[in-house]
Design a binder for this molecule. Structure first.
Ligand SMILES: [Zn+2]
Ligand SMILES: [Zn+2]
Length: 645
């Protein structure tokens, strides 16, 4: 399976609790300006921390001024992550037995400084100075420090200690504890904290707490709770919406993701780059080009420069919707590109069958001193295999290591596919048998597919046996083997494979296709949509199409049907394959000449492939069909894959 299609783009959106502690209690007189702290303020602002420290060390300000000054200085150290200056200040205070750290706000700041610099031990030491039972902000500062350094379990233990000392948790502590529960995947503790929040008698939970609750339930995959919290939240901000949308997207709930995004826009919430970077991969997943283009439009309208990850997602969406021209445009206009941008463009060319463009781009990439990685080579190698460029593929595989990339299982899988598809079945078998790591099912699967392409039954039987050991319950493998037998007219063996499937209770996955018409995504399941199939408009178009494609020379090929039924029934079954239902529906609902885009969850069968070619000719439509492996661009009666898939 091709990496570029099969791998969902990672979505990592998390609700972050504010990194630095801002306790609610503060003793400072905010608007007092004295020469001491105004000088200090400007030194801190411009990052002159050495001078700022000398000023603190050499001046004799009033206690209030001193507290204000130290607070400013610590704040600057935190934002610049300057451990050196923080330590110097800490030493200075210790040396003069300065009691300023008894101020909980300053103590929290110093704890935060040590923890953002990864010095948990030092943060803990500061925590233990003075008061044995400090106020809540100090506890929370250390707990956040633990969380920040991956010690979420310690954060929860500290929260427990705080409760056991009768320190009442506030919203700040709740948010921290929920985040720590999400990070440690501790559903039980998180739920207990939720209960505490509900029983809490100090007013309502604030937005940060509610967002942390959302984040917690998304993280543990409790979607009912996510919706409940979301619905009762008194106010929802960008973080709330992003958390909800990322939650849907993370669960592959395509319709809900797009739906939530639409509602968010309807409520004039706007969007952040994170929102769009989350929604675009979902559009890509179901080829929702219409929605993807709308998002692109919104980016343009916002007149802001999209960041690199967003532009990469945009490219990825266009590539996976088969719109490689748009993908190129985004790529060419990017002011700054990272390795993912280059890889996305390469992968886009590759899955859309434009291998020459991919190879040229690779040269350009090398000339621009961009170092390729493993993903670069997967894109190139799989592109070569789909375009039948066997020798180029072999050459690329052999030079990978010159670029510092070690071949992984995936690269070997591409090599086996390249050799197999070009008819070098024995060589492919030798490579598969000598891979330095344990071969995966996909390697033997691709070899089995090559046996199908070349009608090599004896080798197919050897390969299938290996495959059944690794993936005993993958129906696709049985279907492939029986197709090979069917093509060779070995009907007894077809029957045997079918019986094997029945005996082991393996069922063929139901074929499923999607199309987007305006804002709506329509799903079609093989043999389903009976209302549509019985409608007058469907029957009319179907009959017209059937007559026209017969004249074009299309003849039904029923060998793909594995069930023991008569020929007429088989022909009916093939006609009910999901991509055909989708195509006819698109013909009904879209204007003449409009391209038709279909996404399918399985590999397209031989008969549907011929049918699509014929339909593209008689209707004069471009049909772009994305199956599990690649794109088929059907136009004027031919397919971009040159019948080699
Ligand atoms: Zn089919
Ligand atoms: Zn094709």
């Amino acid at each position: 399976m091709l990496l570029a299609i099969s791998q969902p783009t990672n979505i990592t959106v998390k609700t972050n609790i504010t990194a630095t502690s801002t306790p609610r209690t503060t003793n400072f007189h905010k608007h007092r300006t004295t020469p001491f702290n105004s000088t200090l303020k400007s030194l801190c602002k411009w990052g002159n921390l050495d001078e700022a420290l000398s000023l603190i060390e050499s001046s004799k300000p009033t206690p209030i001024e001193e507290e204000e000054g130290i607070s400013l200085f610590l704040h600057a150290c935190i934002s610049r992550r300057s451990l050196k200056h923080g330590r110097k200040l800490h030493l200075h205070l210790l040396r003069y037995q300065n009691r300023v750290l008894e101020n909980p706000t300053l103590k929290s700041k110093l704890i935060t400084l040590y923890s953002v610099c990864g010095r948990v031990d030092e943060a803990r030491r500061v925590f233990r100075i003075g008061d044995e039972n400090p106020p809540e902000p100090v506890w929370v500062a250390l707990a956040i420090g633990y969380s920040r350094n991956g010690l979420s379990h310690e954060a929860l233990l500290l929260y427990r200690d705080m409760l056991s000392r009768c320190v009442k948790p506030g919203n700040f502590a709740f948010s921290m504890a929920l985040k720590a529960s999400s990070d440690s995947g501790n559903a039980l503790v998180g739920r207990a904290i939720h209960a505490q929040i509900l029983k809490h008698d100090v007013g309502e939970a604030d937005q940060v707490v509610n967002n942390a609750l959302l984040g917690f339930y998304v993280e543990i995959g409790c979607f009912d709770e996510v919706l409940k919290v979301f619905e009762v939240m008194p106010e929802r901000n960008m973080v709330s919406w992003n958390t909800l949308i990322a939650g849907f997207a993370g669960q592959d709930r395509v319709f809900e993701t797009l739906g939530a995004f639409r509602v968010m826009q309807g409520e004039d919430m706007g969007f952040s780059w994170i929102t769009l970077t989350t929604v675009l991969p979902v559009c890509a997943q179901v080829t929702a080009l219409h929605s993807g283009k709308e998002i692109h439009g919104q980016i343009v309208k916002s007149r802001k420069n999209a960041d690199v990850p967003l532009q990469n997602s945009l490219m990825d969406m266009y590539a996976k919707c088969g719109e490689i021209g748009y993908c190129e445009k985004v790529f060419d206009r990017m002011r700054r590109k990272d390795l993912t941008s280059w890889n996305t463009m390469l992968g886009g060319y590759s899955i859309n069958g434009q291998i020459n463009e991919a190879l040229d781009l690779f040269d350009e990439m090398i000339n621009s001193c961009i170092e390729p990685d493993g993903i670069t080579f997967v894109a190139l190698l799989s592109g070569c295999s789909h375009s039948g460029l066997a020798s180029e593929g072999q050459r690329l595989f052999s030079v990978m290591q010159d670029y510092g990339v070690q071949p992984s299982l995936e690269h070997y899988a591409c090599l086996v596919d390249i050799l197999g598809r070009s008819g070098k079945l024995d060589e492919a078998l030798t490579v598969a048998e000598n891979i330095p790591m344990r071969p995966s099912g996909s390697i033997w699967g691709s070899l089995l597919n090559s046996c199908r392409l070349y009608g090599n039954v004896p080798l197919a039987e050897i390969v299938a046996e290996r495959l059944f050991e690794i993936e005993p319950s993958n129906p696709g493998n049985y279907v492939m083997l029986s197709n090979i037998y069917a093509n060779a007219g070995m009907w007894e063996d077809v029957k045997r494979v079918r019986e094997m499937m029945a005996m082991t209770g393996i069922k063929k996955n139901a074929g499923c296709s999607w199309i987007q018409i305006k804002h709506k995504i329509h799903t079609f399941v093989a043999g389903g949509s009976s209302d549509l199939r019985c409608s007058d408009e469907y029957i009319k178009i179907w009959n017209e199409l059937s007559n026209a494609i017969k004249d074009f020379g299309y003849i039904t090929n029923t060998s793909v049907v594995l069930h023991d039924i008569n020929e007429d029934m088989k022909a009916t079954w093939v006609c009910e394959h999901s991509e055909r239902l989708a195509a006819v529906s698109a013909l009904i609902h879209t204007g003449a000449g409009m391209p038709i885009r279909i996404t399918k969850n399985l590999r397209v069968c031989v008969d549907c492939h011929s049918w699509m070619k014929a339909v593209s000719e008689v209707t004069r439509r471009l049909i772009v069909l994305r199956d599990t492996n690649r794109f088929h661009h059907f136009e004027h009666g031919t397919c971009s894959c040159k019948d080699h898939w």
